[in-house]
Design a protein around this ligand. Structure first.
Ligand code: 5GP
Length: 214
């Protein structure tokens, strides 16, 4: 059975990290791959939980070694999704949920290395003002970092038509439920069910003789 790749993207401050945590609570079998970044660790962040924090040189070496399913320079730092980690989740037949910026999402949609379906979900803040208020309240960036993230959000939101689904993140639990519903619906797709239902179809085949001659 192939797992689906669930791509969650939004401008910075769109709430994808919090939403993914919530969705993973609802669907504990969802696989998750911790990204690598060259961004300095923020207060309270832990190695291997938010990110693997690596140097620019190590990131470059990993790019050379084709270790990333996708990577991008986001607001001045490098971020990448590990190919090996992703394959581990898929080979167990599980869905993988990833949090990436818009450039990473577009790369993943175009990747030939993965067999499973790719489902892309764009998280839109209810308005620019709400995005600005959330990013400011998060208090993780200095003034320049905040301005970069807000400035980049204009182009990022305009990329929404490239995604399969759009969710407005007005209320956290509503948005999380909407994401979980999409994942559950995709799991029931005919393509995904084909091997899972083989035993059921076989039982019908095995009983066909009961009606031979009718
Ligand atoms: P932050 O520095 O706020 O943790 O993340 C900055 C941006 O990078 C966010 O939009 C976040 O979703 C994105 N990001 C996190 N991990 C990855 C990744 O592995 N690849 C890409 N392309 N973007 C990522």
């Amino acid at each position: 059975m192939k797992g689906n790749l669930i791509i969650i993207s939004s401008p910075s401050g769109g709430g994808k990290g919090t939403l993914i945590k919530e969705v993973r609570g609802m669907l504990p079998d969802l696989g998750y791959s911790c990204s690598h970044t060259t961004r300095p660790k923020r207060f309270g962040e832990e190695e291997g939980r938010e990110y693997f924090f690596i140097s620019h040189d190590e990131f470059e070496q990993r790019i050379e070694a084709c270790d990333f399913l996708e990577y991008a320079n986001v607001h001045g730092n490098l971020y990448g999704t590990s190919l090996a980690e992703s394959r581990k989740v898929f080979s167990a037949g599980r869905d993988l949920i990833v949090e990436v910026d818009v450039q990473g999402a577009l790369q993943m949609m175009a990747k030939p290395e993965l067999d499973g379906a790719r489902i892309s979900i764009f998280i839109l803040p209810p308005s620019f003002e709400v995005l600005r208020a959330r990013l400011t309240a998060r208090n993780t960036e200095d003034e320049a970092g905040l301005r970069t993230r807000l400035k980049n959000s204009f182009d990022e939101v305009m990329k929404y038509p490239s995604f399969d689904y759009v969710i407005v993140n007005e209320d956290l639990s509503t948005a999380a439920r909407q994401i979980a519903s999409i994942i559950c619906a995709e799991r029931q797709s005919t393509d995904r069910q084909t091997s899972a239902i083989q035993g059921i179809l076989d039982s019908f085949d095995a009983s066909r003789h009961l009606f031979e001659g009718d």
